[in-house]
Design a binder for this molecule. Sequence first.
Ligand SMILES: *Cc1c(COP(=O)(O)O)cnc(C)c1O
Length: 378
Amino acid sequence: MKVPLLDLKQQYRQIKEDVLAVTRDIYDSQYFILGPHVERLEHHIAAYCQCNHALGVSSGSDALIIALMAAGVKAGDAVITTPYTFFATAGAIVRLGARPLFVDIEPDSYNLSPQRLRQCVEALSDEEQRKVKAIIPVHLYGQCCDMQPILDLAAQYRLTVIEDAAQAIGAEYRGRRAGSMGAYGCFSFFPSKNLGAFGDGGIVTVQNETDHQKLKVLRNHGAEPKYYHHLVGGNFRLDALQAAIVDVKLTHLDTWTNMRQTNAARYHQLFTEAGLNEAVTLPQTTQNRHIYNQFVIRVQTRRDELRQYLTAAGVGTEIYYPVPLHLQACFADLGYRQGDFPVSEAAARQTLALPIYPELTVSQQTFVVDCIRAFIEG
Ligand SMILES: *Cc1c(COP(=O)(O)O)cnc(C)c1O
């Protein structure tokens, strides 16, 4: 049996007619950059994420860069984040000439540890503390960080909170949606995200109207009005085709999220029935609405062999992420070493993402768990 990690063709079949209709209108109009489709999506996403504003941008990576720019992060500053995330989180900080200050994660949620965050900030000298401008908590795999202590610390030290919600659209922490808790929320429409475009795209949610206006100007090379520049921005624009397609998909998002949650509950049941609860650690839902962009299991040993076994059996898996960011070659000059963030390093060795996409069938899930049992029982 073939069980791909993700099968977007099945999703496309459900929305094909709507997508073709809306894109045909855009071809006829020959109006491609920003415009009414982007504005409509911005309104819909702001409402969906319980935010005051949203601004469509070129990707999730650019969402992080433009939010950091709007927050005033510049060369020589420092920004706190997790080493256990997609590269773009730290890449955006370094692109602005700032320095990522890594803080280890919690072993159950894989999200930034609020305790370690406080320890890190309190251990800084006054001079180092002054350089820290922002915190980027990442809501990894679709589950929110434990935000209250992070927000409290940020308020105490006057740090801007930029949520990396690329994997977490619609996730909730104590009834609050991802992207609505910090000053900015950064989302990605990369096709493998829960709300994916037909190419690259992203969006920034923002609470404050002044920040919203600044983002808008930065998105278009800092021009305000056209051809007059008080700021240096970039081309961070979202195009109409991607916005219109994402807007079609947004109407299905809650249904798809429910299906992912159902699949996650079914994995829990199947792993329990297979007697694998000791051997395999399943995702723990410590915060309240997990949207399961990924379903990530943990095994203490032989993770890579398990992955090879599943690949040979036709089951798609992925390792998010095999190298924590503090050990990436391009960040060697930051001076971090193996052993600095043991929880992240263990996660990088032990975790494996299984298929969780909405259209996954019961028999496919049963097959995945049967394969894992066969591997573990040798
Ligand atoms: C996908 C992702 C990004 C980057 O988004 P792109 O649209 O691919 O640029 C940033 N952060 C995290 C956590 C992501 O998963």
